[in-house]
Design a protein around this ligand. Structure first.
Ligand SMILES: [Zn+2]
Length: 291
């Protein structure tokens, strides 16, 4: 465990079936913000045995006021009492000026601090393409390794990096070999969840330039997920909400974490996060909209 004084962030790397990297946000007092107004797509039942949240794409689009959206979503997620929050990448816009990128990172981490309203909530974060504006050393110190896995309850979680240097938009090389081995070892898990930035099956402006840019690599990844009975894959990159079922695998794009939206409301263009309840032999994903 090491303290990053310049960000005020705890980065914790634990060994668990490989590597587990969870970012713990600083124990600073959250800023005073208006109470979030959240609606849900289904009535809430009693909390499941495992509750986690998922959020994607908090980049500001050049508008720092968008950090207010991030803060309101973080405050709302804190009320879910999640055991972990998965994040799908693109925390910053990024800049050719390293100091600007670092400032954006510090700002978004501060905006996320309301997550700790009721105690520390670890953040398991996939990296996005915009985040690559930061030096690898900063990314690793803040978010841990670029890909890793961990177990929580009887579930297995895998964080993948869709922007490995020289492998943008595809999972190959060492990461691919590691993923096959990791999923094979996780077959006793009740559910396997995957979080990554770029979608396999984009639906909006990033069609043709996400993992679908390399169909051979995309298809073998999908086939691996099917064969290894991955339950649900969470992505960002497209700033909207979308859900698809393919061969028994659920693919969710959850890119409504504060970045400028890509679609109108009817096509998933709304700010939101996901609440996931795992209970017995079921898991349920509930879309939580910020009004
Ligand atoms: Zn992106």
């Amino acid at each position: 465990m090491r303290r990053l004084n310049w960000l005020g962030v705890w980065a914790v790397v634990l060994a668990s079936m490989g590597l587990l990297a969870l970012v713990r946000l600083a124990q600073t007092a959250p800023p005073e913000l208006p109470e979030p107004t959240v609606s849900q797509s289904a009535p809430a039942d009693a909390p499941g045995e495992l509750v986690f949240c998922v959020i994607g794409d908090m980049q500001q689009g050049g508008e720092p006021k968008r950090l207010q959206i991030v803060s309101r979503l973080a405050a709302a997620m804190a009320e879910e009492r999640p055991q972990v929050v998965l994040a799908c990448g693109d925390y910053i816009d990024g800049s050719s000026d390293p100091a600007t990128s670092r400032r954006q990172l510090a700002q978004v981490l501060q905006a996320l601090s309301p997550l700790q309203r009721h105690g520390e909530v670890p953040l398991a974060a996939a990296l996005g393409n915009h985040d690559r504006a930061l030096p690898s050393s900063v990314l690793r110190a803040t978010f841990g390794p670029p890909y890793y896995s961990f177990n929580l309850g009887q579930c297995h979680f895998v964080v993948l990096d869709t922007q490995q240097p020289g492998q943008y938009g595809r999972i190959e090389g060492e990461q691919w070999a590691w993923l096959i081995d990791d999923l094979q070892q996780a077959q006793a898990a009740r559910f396997i969840f995957v979080v990554m930035h770029q979608p396999l099956f984009p639906v909006s402006v990033h069609r043709g330039s996400s993992l679908d840019k390399y169909p051979r690599f995309r298809d073998r990844l999908h086939e691996l997920f099917v064969r290894m009975r991955v339950a649900c894959v969470f992505h960002g990159h497209e700033h909207l909400y979308n859900r698809q079922e393919r061969d028994g695998v659920t693919y969710v794009i959850t890119g409504g974490g504060g970045a400028p939206l890509y679609a109108d409301e009817l096509r998933g263009g709304f700010y939101h996060y996901l609440r996931v309840d795992v209970t017995g032999a079921e898991y349920r994903v509930t879309v939580k909209r910020l009004n």
